[in-house]
Design a protein around this ligand. Structure first.
Ligand code: OXD
Ligand code: MN
Length: 588
């Protein structure tokens, strides 16, 4: 193994070890031999379990503490010197106060344990987009998950030895004490400290913590963007390839859209969809004035329930090997996994996500936790795009915002220009689902789907969007979609899933200046005849309804946006202007 020689790195690791007091420190180089050794330890101690190696080769099972099953936004903190720099949407504790509080918790937290030091790269090491981090952790689940979700290899160590800067990530599961759990970000020090959790979103520090919260802060200072967006490649029969990014709050079908399977009619014609990313985009302006995106991750950390051969066959095929399953149910007959809406019968001889005997035929409680997950290598995905592996950035034609809206939002609309699109993103909202918190249909504003992930003052984040637009000579077109519009009987009017390609094709034609549109108060919309409906059983009246904008409903929408904006004391004037235009148009 290449040794880490960078003295800055070694000093930091020694300092963290002096505080957390592990029995020993093990550097992780990502080699299969070493990961196999580490895996063996997790199986011996019972930290993880091996699944059926014939049916699910290389797959492991992991369970978290029942109180530690999701990202904990209340315990997630942005720690800056001044409160103003964390802004109105983040929890804030003054940085030195938080260090002092957490130093007490980290003191001796790894006693009797091994500290693993994981040098990792978000993005392909050596590319313009890549950023390096080192995560120190006492959890083997974290080691094995980081080896899937990020790039852990000798190249990263070489970069560090050449003096590369890095994000200092420290994690200890400590005692999983929920009263003393913190996921703390110190953007001014390029540092993340996480303690008392072992759930992925709180402890795989490359993902939400580095790639979004710290990433968005670095992007603001360095002139790029870190966004909660999937990246999709669409190839058309004429040989043209186009790339789009999409930002959606959770439970709005982001992973499904990223792995979309074209309807048969389009497949036969030669349309092809490939996946570049399903959750995070890093975006930079190219020399040609266009916006380029990479997916900085190396794997998928997806929600299992609802994933089936029908809803997302590509995800199902991705998770057949080398995958870690967390908090799903197990079938004890053949030591495989199961979850709700998997599309196969529930096991009678099963175990639920908490390890209790569970009979899927008679059970009244769920077998899998609603936020149970799979952690799978992106390379397993049958639709993964070649560009994912180069890490070079793909030119983005369109940015799509979306939410779950029963009535207010039409199937699709296009922003008049970049600034109007930034307004649309800043005002976007989604209705909560029963699965999420029991209150159905509560509208929650979530600008650019970044509310829990923006690592600095969101006023300034909006300004950064406006400023990026000014620097681009050929910016992406911005669209808003809503796959979830319902009719008088509360039935979805749009089929969704693969058929969403039909809407994407209109967008791409708009980007190419080839499709018609009509102007509405919200922007540009297709006429029903502009949407390809070949092979789809939908009538024009339904399409009309899907595309309609109800000014009465928008009176409340506008009130909702106004209330939401009260938080922000220095919204960019371009956003305020576009809101005024909307209000005028809705009043006409
Ligand atoms: C999320 C996730 O919570 O991707 O957004 O896990
Ligand atoms: Mn996400």
């Amino acid at each position: 193994m290449t040794m880490v020689k960078n003295q800055v790195v070694l000093d930091w690791v020694n300092e963290m070890a002096a505080m957390t007091k592990p029995e020993k420190v093990v550097w992780v180089d990502g080699s299969k031999e070493q990961l196999d050794e580490i895996k063996k330890i997790a199986l011996e101690t019972g930290e993880m379990m091996e699944l059926n190696q014939e049916k699910l080769p290389g797959c492991l099972y992991y369970r978290t503490n029942p109180k530690d099953v999701a990202r904990d936004e209340k315990r997630t903190v942005i720690c800056t010197r001044n409160k103003e720099d964390a802004g109105p949407t983040n929890n804030w504790v003054e940085a030195s106060e938080m260090y002092a509080r957490m130093e007490k918790l980290f003191d001796g937290a790894m006693k009797g344990r091994t500290m693993y030091a994981i040098p990792f790269s978000m993005g392909v090491p050596g590319t313009e987009f890549a950023k390096i981090g080192i995560e120190l952790t006492d959890s083997i689940y974290v080691v094995l998950s980081m080896a899937i979700m990020t790039r852990v290899n000798e190249k990263v160590i070489e970069e560090l030895n050449n003096g590369a800067d890095f994000t200092r990530c420290l994690h200890s599961k400590a005692q999983i004490n929920e009263q003393e759990k913190y996921i703390a970000h110190f953007p001014e020090d390029n540092t993340i400290w996480s303690i008392n959790s072992a759930y992925g979103g709180n402890v795989l520090l490359g993902k939400k913590c580095l790639a979004l919260r710290i990433g968005s802060y670095l992007g603001k200072n360095e002139g790029w963007m870190a966004e909660h967006m999937l990246i999709l490649k669409i190839e058309r029969p004429d040989g043209s390839a186009r790339y789009v990014c999409g930002a959606f709050p959770s439970a709005c079908g982001k992973t499904n859209l990223a792995m979309l399977n074209p309807p048969e009619y389009f497949r036969e014609k030669g349309y092809k969809i490939s996946t570049v990313g399903d959750d995070i985009s890093w975006l930079r302006i190219g020399k040609d004035g266009r916006l380029y995106a990479v997916n900085p991750e190396n794997g998928f950390f997806g929600v299992a329930p609802g994933t089936s051969m029908k809803s997302n066959p590509n995800a199902m095929l991705t998770i057949q090997k080398d995958t870690i399953f967390t908090n799903v149910a197990r079938n004890l007959d053949d030591n495989t996994v199961w979850w709700e809406k998997m599309g196969v019968d529930a096991p009678e001889n099963g175990e639920d996500w908490q390890g209790r005997p569970w009979n899927g035929k008679t059970a009244t409680e769920k077998g899998a936790h609603p936020n149970s997950r799979f952690t799978a290598p992106a390379a397993n995905c049958p639709t993964i795009a070649d560009e994912f592996f180069t890490g070079e950035g793909v030119p983005i034609s369109a940015i799509i915002f979306g939410g779950r809206r029963a009535k207010a939002e039409p199937l699709v609309h296009q922003a008049r220009d970049w600034n109007h699109g930034v307004f649309i993103g800043s005002a976007m909202a989604s209705e909560t689902t029963a699965a999420a918190n029991g209150q159905v249909g509560v509208v929650r504003h979530d600008p650019m789907a970044m509310l829990p992930f923006c690592g600095y003052n969101m006023n300034d984040y909006f300004q950064h969007w406006i400023d990026m637009g000014k620097k681009m000579t050929n910016p992406p077109q911005i669209f808003h979609v809503n796959w979830f519009r319902t009719d008088e009987n509360d039935e979805f009017m749009w089929p969704g899933f693969g058929d969403n390609l039909r809407v994407l094709l209109w967008m791409l034609d708009r980007c190419d200046g080839k499709a018609e549109a009509v102007e509405t108060p919200l922007g540009y919309e297709p006429r029903p005849c502009d949407i390809h409906t070949e092979g789809l059983d939908i009538d024009e009246a339904t399409l009309e309804k899907l595309l309609s904008v109800d000014k009465e409903i928008w009176k409340d929408e506008i009130k909702g946006i106004e209330e939401f904006y009260e938080k922000f004391d220095h919204l960019p004037k371009e956003i305020v202007e576009n809101f005024e235009i909307l209000k005028q148009k809705m009043a006409e």
